[in-house]
Design a protein around this ligand. Structure first.
Ligand SMILES: [Zn+2]
Length: 236
């Protein structure tokens, strides 16, 4: 077999391996971003929930103050009862305090409803916060794993590149240039097998006369359809 052709076959195998590793590597940062986005989203949601809880508590405190003020007012009015001179006045004061009491009952009910709602939300918030902490730990662990994987793949690729460059130094300059252009333009596949008269790069038929030449593996011939370098591997 032609030395250069044999070398290019080997380099192609290395390049295919490099491409496979790079594909694998590209997935990791994406996955990291996805997980970090998920955590950020949960945090945002919880921050909004906390705001709602605080709003409800503020409202409750306001109502409690209202209630206190009303109660003081009722006491004041009731104190006047001792100084009343006429029945009409007496009835008027009674009516006034009764209305105020009914109003207070309503405020008290509102306060209870607010308290119940706040309690429920707080419970949900706390359990969500716990879940978030757990998830954050999981994500941290997974990110560490992925970063380790990235480093490993980077090391493998660096070694493969060295190997590739070493092999290519012995290849004829023009052929080497042709190979590199094909790698760029033909989806990382520059050298392909020819089998049963077909190019396994583009799956087009190779003219019989050319195929006979390709079978000799004595020089770097190219597929007339895709221009890839053809290499003949005998069937086992
Ligand atoms: Zn082809």
């Amino acid at each position: 077999m032609n030395e250069d052709l044999l070398t290019l076959c080997q380099v192609q195998k290395i390049d295919t391996e490099i491409i496979g590793n790079e594909k694998k590597r590209a997935v990791a940062p994406q996955r990291i971003e996805e997980m970090e986005g998920e955590i950020a989203q949960t945090k945002e949601r919880l921050a909004r929930e906390k705001e709602v809880i605080e709003e409800l508590e503020k409202e409750r405190r306001k109502k409690e103050q209202e209630l206190e003020a009303e109660k003081t007012q009722i006491k004041k009015v009731e104190a006047k009862l001792h100084e009343v001179k006429t029945n009409k006045e007496y009835q008027a004061i009674l009516k006034e305090t009764e209305t105020a009491r009914t109003e207070n009952d309503k405020i008290e009910e509102d306060i209870i409803v607010l308290m119940e709602k706040t309690e429920e939300m707080k419970k949900d918030y706390q359990s969500a916060l716990k879940k978030l902490t757990k998830r954050e730990k999981e994500v941290q662990e997974e990110v560490r794993e992925l970063e380790k994987e990235i480093k490993t793949v980077d090391n493998i690729v660096a070694k493969l590149r060295q190997q590739r460059e070493r092999l290519l130094t012995d290849v004829n300059g023009d052929l080497k240039a042709r190979y590199n252009v094909l790698i760029e333009r033909r989806g990382g596949l520059a050298v392909v097998n020819a089998k049963n008269g077909t190019c396994l790069g583009c799956f087009m038929n190779i003219p019989p006369q050319l195929f006979i030449e390709v079978m000799k593996n004595s020089e770097a011939l190219t597929c007339p359809s895709c221009n890839r370098i053809l290499c003949y591997e005998e069937e086992e």
